[in-house]
Write a protein that binds this ligand. Structure first.
Ligand code: G1P
Length: 292
């Protein structure tokens, strides 16, 4: 039995080139879905999955992320004085969710390079990776995807990744995993390729922004050559690690909102906005009027 998954790494250093010009000075991870930044949804998923310690990998112009999770005592005092109890509680809950630490990734060397920057903090235990620009939801009543992956690793060892089936014309945008389905939705991986051409893809199962990794990944990353785009690819290191340690893929029942992409950003705001008690009905009426 493997150790419990207690720590998470959230890579949030990338430029966000798909979302220029807003991403120039505003981190894409700080873009709002209704009234919460994307990265707060990501931290909440980690916390709901039993994670108590989070390391966020940041870079230049990402300081707003630190400020978001840091207490502002003057603001709390002011709200308290005005009797705005709910807002004070909301702020305290946000600031007390987990121990959050930060590390800088000085150069954009790829997802693998970002993860290597977490080595000293994580140490020798399995850890979760949640991409900071992507919200993953599961069907009402089911556990968060990160928790489901942690269960697989705590029971079977090795590593695990979340998977979603994508149309064949989109396989070249993702890490694609191939293997044998050993239980409904659970795949034992034998191939893992970063952004393959459709004809070279082992399947249509795309890695979907959530991982639970064995700490052995750090040694493997250290000796992995640069891959696609001249960057150190996490997928390449996982494909090497797979030769000595088991890798499972989980085809989860839920949705992925990649906020680094304009259409998904707007969709996510509609999706979450429509579920909100305060604005859901008015938004639905407006949408009907707009398209009807
Ligand atoms: C990264 C990973 C890729 C994965 C994708 C979505 O790519 O390298 O394997 O499928 O995230 O989780 P990126 O979107 O950063 O290019």
């Amino acid at each position: 039995m493997t150790a419990k998954v207690r720590k998470a790494v959230i890579p949030a250093a990338g430029f966000g080139t798909r979302f220029l010009p807003i991403s120039k000075a505003v981190p894409k991870e700080m873009l709002p879905i209704v009234d919460k930044p994307v990265i707060q949804y990501v931290v909440e998923e980690a916390v709901e999955s039993g994670i108590t310690d989070i390391l966020i990998v940041i870079s230049r112009s990402k300081r707003a992320i630190e400020e978001h999770f840091h207490p502002i005592h003057e603001l709390e005092a002011e709200l308290e004085m005005k009797g705005r109890v709910e807002e004070v509680e909301m702020l305290r809950k946000l600031q007390g969710m987990a121990r959050i630490h930060y590390v800088w990734q000085p150069r954009m060397g790829g997802l693998g390079d970002a993860i290597l920057h977490a080595r000293d903090h994580v140490g020798n235990e399995p850890f979760a990776v949640l991409l900071g620009d992507t919200v993953v939801t599961t069907r009402e009543g089911s556990r968060p995807v990160t928790r489901q992956l942690a269960d697989i690793v705590e029971n079977h060892g090795g590593s695990a990744v979340a998977l979603q089936e994508v149309p064949v014309e989109k396989v070249s945008r993702y890490g694609i995993l191939g293997g044998e389905e050993i239980a409904p939705g659970l795949i034992r991986a034998s191939q893992f390729v970063e952004k393959p051409k459709p004809e070279a893809a082992p399947s249509r199962l795309a890695v979907s922004a959530r991982y639970v990794l064995s700490p052995r990944i750090f040694d493997v990353l250290q000796s992995t050559p640069k891959g696609r785009g001249g960057e150190l690819q996490l997928t390449d290191a996982m494909a090497s690690l797979m030769k000595t340690e088991v890798l499972h893929g989980l085809r989860y029942d839920g949705q992925r909102h990649d906020i680094g992409n304009k259409l998904d950003f707007i969709r996510a705001n509609l999706h979450f906005g429509l579920q909100r008690e305060d604005i859901g009905k008015a938004l639905r009426d407006y949408l009907k009027e707009l398209v009807g």
